[in-house]
Design a protein around this ligand. Structure first.
Ligand code: UDP
Ligand code: MG
Length: 288
């Protein structure tokens, strides 16, 4: 039987300062995994520095290096999606190009895969250079997501993972454009296990995700994995109907009774209109 094919999938956006050190560390890590055949696939996510030319010229004797170039910067989630679509291997290991997902853990990921797991995830025990705002933001994201969504995502999980071919094939069937990759993987099921690792500081450059991009990513996560926002609209609708329905009843009783308040016709129209809006919101909740 031939050796199993493993691909490393690595998104890169303006990572010129990290590529050669990364390839070096991968070479060292893979030297300990002689029973597998490796291909390293970089996805250049529309870099504006010389990442692409460094990648195209990179060559090592131990494994082939392939490069996919995206036509512009699409973001990491889409870069991973593009890379996965082009894979035909027994398993893929996804890692970042800034060395925050240290290649030295690759043998451990492969060991777990050999034990029969389809997904081997990783959780960070500590991150060397994470600011307190990002740390709090990350905690907040997981606690909100885990409160409102139908499934649980473990805090601290990363995209540094191994996926078996069955998982890759399942992932290829998803067509969402706005996706939270690791959320999708967690949602899908399969046999999974997790290993822990320490994330060092980024080797070179700044984090590529600004706060506004992280916020959008979080919002995508909430909307993809929870019906709660739609259900909230429904609850709001029901509350509006109850409160303003009560008010309208009171106004009608007053008008045809003592007429102490003397509500004008405009007041009736406005209150009826608000109730109709409540009905629309309530229907959205029903659809959800
Ligand atoms: N990345 C990408 N496209 C982007 C932003 C980031 O391909 O638009 C890559 C980046 O090159 C790195 C990985 O995604 O390999 C993680 O990015 P970063 O280190 O900025 O994120 P963090 O460490 O905060 O998760
Ligand atoms: Mg990073």
């Amino acid at each position: 039987m031939g050796k199993k094919n493993i691909s490393l999938l690595i998104p890169a956006y303006n990572e010129a300062g990290n590529i050669s050190a990364l390839i070096q560390e991968i070479t060292t890590a893979l030297a300990a995994c002689q029973r597998y055949e490796f291909t390293v696939l970089f996805v250049d996510d529309g870099s504006t520095d010389n990442t692409l030319s460094i990648l195209q010229e990179a060559a090592v004797p131990d494994f082939p290096i392939r490069v996919i170039k995206l036509s512009r910067n699409f973001g990491k989630e889409m870069a991973l999606t593009a890379g996965l679509q082009s894979l035909n291997c027994d398993a893929v290991i996804i890692l970042d190009s800034d060395l925050q997902h240290p290649p030295k853990y690759i043998p451990q990921l492969l060991e777990k895969w050999q034990e029969g797991y389809d997904i081997v995830s990783t959780t960070r025990q500590k991150i060397d250079d994470q600011s307190w705002t990002r740390r709090i933001g990350s905690r907040l994201f997981y606690s909100i997501l885990n409160t409102i969504s139908e499934f649980k995502m473990e805090p601290g999980t990363t995209d540094f993972r191994l996926l078996d071919r069955v998982v890759i094939d399942a992932l290829k069937k998803f067509t969402e454009r706005n996706r939270l990759f690791r959320g999708l993987i967690d949602w899908m099921g399969f046999q999974k296990t997790t290993i822990k690792f320490d994330a060092p500081a980024r080797l070179s450059g700044q984090q590529r995700y600004s706060y506004s991009r992280l916020f959008r990513l979080a919002l995508n996560g909430f909307m993809s994995f929870s019906l709660m926002p739609l259900k909230l609209a429904g609850y709001l609708g029901v509350s509006v109907i109850l409160i303003f329905g009560g008010l309208l009843t009171f106004m009608l009783v007053d008008k045809f009774g003592s007429n102490a308040f003397g509500f004008s016709n405009i007041a009736f129209i406005i209150v009826s209109n608000v109730i109709m809006n409540g009905v629309v919101l309530g229907c959205i909740g029903l659809v959800a």
